[in-house]
Write a protein that binds this ligand. Sequence first.
Ligand code: FAD
Length: 592
Amino acid sequence: MYRAPVEEIAFTLKEVAGLRAAVEEGLFGDLSLDLVDAILAEAGRFASEEVAPLYKAGDEHGAVLEDAAVATPPGWADLYRRWTEGGWNALTGPEEFGGQGLPTMLSVATLEMWNSAALAFALCPTLTMGAVEALHKHAADELKRTYLAKLVSGEWTGTMNLTEPQAGSDLNALRARAERAPDGSYRIFGQKIFITYGEQDFTDNIVHLVLARLPDAPQGTRGISLFLVPKFLVEADGSLGRRNDVFCASIEEKLGIHGSPTCTMIYGDGFVPGEEKGAVGWLIGEENKGLACMFTMMNNARLAIGLEGVGVAEAAFQKALAFANERRQGKASSYSGDGMAPIVHHPDVQRMLLTMQALTRIARSISYACAHAIDMSRVSRGSDKTHWQERANLLTPIAKAFSTDIGSEVTSLGIQVHGGMGYVEETGAAALYRDARIASIYEGTNGIQAIDLVTRKLPQAGGDHVYGYIGELDAIANAVAALNHDGFGRTALNLEQALDDLQQATRYLQNKLAEGRTDDALAGATPYLRLFALASGGAYLARAALADSDPGRIALCRFFAENMLVETSALKACVTGGAASLATAANALIAA
Ligand SMILES: Cc1cc2nc3c(=O)[nH]c(=O)nc-3n(C[C@H](O)[C@H](O)[C@H](O)COP(=O)(O)OP(=O)(O)OC[C@H]3O[C@@H](n4cnc5c(N)ncnc54)[C@H](O)[C@@H]3O)c2cc1C
């Protein structure tokens, strides 16, 4: 069973991602490191002792739809009640609406734990937190007064409604429509698919954020508006009024995250007897500017989805390590005991476990560093603020895509460590693998994240921001070199090489974009994102080993540098030399 790695999480936050320095400088008001430790310890207890035991019920039972109502897995509604009563939903919510206003770094650390314990459960509050952020930033005061406090406390939940059958990655194709009503509200019509927790039995109201087009809207994404559509209308005194014309028509059968209902939502189909057709909604932000508002929610959500990758990877690593210590097969020279050796003594199993551990730690470091940049951008002013916003922008697609890619990689290795027992359901290794897979797809597929990194994030600050970041990572490599400690082996050299690979690949892509050869740059976007993550992750492992001279930490850093970081040169070759062959082979594929 999952045990929250509270010490490792606290260490990564403070020593790798920058929380200690920020707290000591007083950037987060009266937040102390003691308070951080206390929050993490209690979250760890709750995740390990209360959430994780209900994971299996979620996977085996799943969510069930009956008469447009969803029953979540046994025990989950009560778990949600206890979880919100513990104040966990309100951790980072705005203080004027009852939130605790704590930094994003704490939110991601606790989110990792909920995701490890039961990803499908954690998805519900993940979306609510995104809705809180979008409303807080863009909604009119009256909407804030009516909805925010209840969303912050978790008394109501939020959803995000973008996807339609013909509009997935490409929101230009969106068809849901909105009509202006005489009283200033709107009526929403259309179908949304794949809506996470579009219906549930945790709370008595659900607040849907819905993208739709007004009749006179411009074509494409410049003509999309964002609306708030509650399941039940809210009376002036805050009590619930009549049912709105929105309902859940079906839920999906799917590979994993069985406890999370994935709903087809129908808006404005005359669901409520005696009422006119049309779901009553209110505009968030300005007409036709909905995508920008939704992006507030999506950026927050993208980092949160990255934490899903970290969370499932951590759970898979713990499970595999425990199994490898128990299961005995064959002989191993490092094992001097009686009988067959525990498989953890076989070098190939050791390689799998260390790969799992290293990938999980670097994904955690990148994600927490991204959260740090978000927090710093909030507390900074002027050019510092711009700097930290650019840093958060740069790291968000990497945190999302790399962490979720390694979520699949690590959970797959977790099955491999278990052998046949990993493939059957009994050990739970297979369930983690099934759960992990979705995170590379939703919230913008990982392919779209790589495109975002190359075409929107690399050009920031005239193309210079990224080199400042690489320079900071170089300083870590130099510090390892200066230490001249045998335990680090070839870490400094390999890290310098990886950062050089990153620099060259970056320059190549920027040149291609400047020449207008966008397809050449896009051909290398996915390998570039992995190269970026491995190089920065190697530097973060080194920073951790420099901060804490624990021999295990140094050994893991060296293992990564000498066994995995070397991949960056191959990735650079692919980014800088792969586009022409890709285009030729693809032409043949399409022609056939
Ligand atoms: C379980 C689950 C939960 C979900 N929850 C929600 C939710 O709560 N709210 C919501 O609105 N949506 C949700 N979604 C939808 C999800 O966000 C979409 O599935 C996702 O955005 C991809 O869209 P698509 O499925 O239409 O794939 P497509 O857009 O058809 O993509 C198919 C493939 O083509 C690639 N591709 C597409 N366009 C490009 C391009 N321009 N360049 C390069 N490659 C491209 C993609 O990367 C992908 O590999 C959920 C989906 C699932 C399965």
